[in-house]
Write a protein that binds this ligand. Sequence first.
Ligand SMILES: Cc1cc2nc3c(=O)[nH]c(=O)nc-3n(C[C@H](O)[C@H](O)[C@H](O)COP(=O)(O)OP(=O)(O)OC[C@H]3O[C@@H](n4cnc5c(N)ncnc54)[C@H](O)[C@@H]3O)c2cc1C
Length: 435
Amino acid sequence: MNAELRSRLESIVGPGLVYGPGEPVDGVRPTLAVRPGTQDEVSAVVRACAEAGAAMIPLGGGTSLGLGNPPARADVLVHLDRLDRVVEWDPANLCISAEAGMRLEALQALVAKDRTVLPLDPPGLRRVTLGGMVAANPSGPCRLQYGTVRDWVLGMRVVLPDGERIHCGGRVIKNVSGYDMNKLFIRSLGCLGIITEVTFKLLPMPARRAAVIGRFPDAATAWAVVGRTLASFLLPEALEFLNVEAAQLLGGPPGTCVLAVSLSGSSETVDRQVRDFTGFFQDGGGTADVLQEAAASRAWEGIRDLLEGAYDPILCRIAVPLSATPALVAAAEGMAREAGLKAVVTAHAATGVLRVLLAPGADPHPGEALMVLEGLRREAEAAEGSLVLEAAPRSLKARFDAWGTPPGGVDMMKRLKTEFDPLGICNPGRFVAGI
Ligand SMILES: Cc1cc2nc3c(=O)[nH]c(=O)nc-3n(C[C@H](O)[C@H](O)[C@H](O)COP(=O)(O)OP(=O)(O)OC[C@H]3O[C@@H](n4cnc5c(N)ncnc54)[C@H](O)[C@@H]3O)c2cc1C
């Protein structure tokens, strides 16, 4: 199959754009890799793979390839990096359509020229591509005010696993009639097809930006301030908690945890909120450093990417109801300590999303890390939440399912997968319940 498929792929994309083996995906090395340059070429590549029964893995920026279970099969890696063009930019209607391989950072730089923003801040933003972002539906600290990817997608073009091209949603406004198919592809992790183009709505750029970074002697003091913030009428863009270990990574005095808020809006709104938060932090027993504009953006970049690039990480993401967040942070710290590990924890303090990095994360500690992850998953699920493994060595993944207890409706998800991908060749095995 390989030689025949290789020459068919070369006839579609041209020589030099097919090679093998491809880069490993979560430890599994695809036999071939291909770099189509247009949406038509993606469709022809997918059709060729389908006809050969070859399993495909779409690749964006590669920031999130540890998310999910390792691929059950991997024949062809489909790089989307050459699909990086803007298709249509309509500033008057605050929307933009671009190809899936374009970097989020490049799109944000472009729309900033018109004083507009796409207010998404996933970790690893510099490398994240639009298609990968939609496929993985990540969120960063600004989720508090702006929601997640699914709140900003108006439409998309997708190549289905048999090569057929479809268009969901619309451009300009959200003009869905019938089922909202966009939602099906968002967070489908490339299991239902390859996203080739996405249309986003945009926002006018806020006039000002500032941040208040507070340091607190212990977690209880910081969480009391979070409670006070949630009970107030203030709405920061982001409210992030960093435990002592995470705060240490960010620099600053040892033995303190951090609470940080990001603020944007009109000059008056920002000034007012800076005053209020400075007061909250100091009255609550902490310190408050105010950062403006570029300094504020740099600080948020540091917080957003704090856990990125950790060597051989064991990294999980926990989502729980807001009220359970402080207890989960404490549980992570306690369980890690008992196992002889450290838990570096960051939490979107007002949305109930935590990320826990277990350090040291490499193979010498698989048993201990497994114990901590199992304990944390039990706690999260008891609070009606979930724990998803974002990255871990293969040895650990073999003993701990990345997704946890299958969600309700999993049989329907399996039927949908079979309907879209009867040959089971699109990112097989990576998703929930081995889909
Ligand atoms: C250190 C780190 C921390 C992270 N923290 C968080 C976090 O806190 N919260 C969170 O929500 N996310 C988090 N993520 C996830 C990450 O930010 C997103 O998943 C990212 O947007 C993926 O973009 P990418 O271009 O790198 O995609 P890739 O990593 O290349 O691909 C991601 C998945 O999408 C598939 N895919 C890629 N392109 C396409 C396409 N065009 N069509 C269909 N499928 C495609 C791939 O096969 C793969 O399954 C984190 C990632 C890292 C590395």
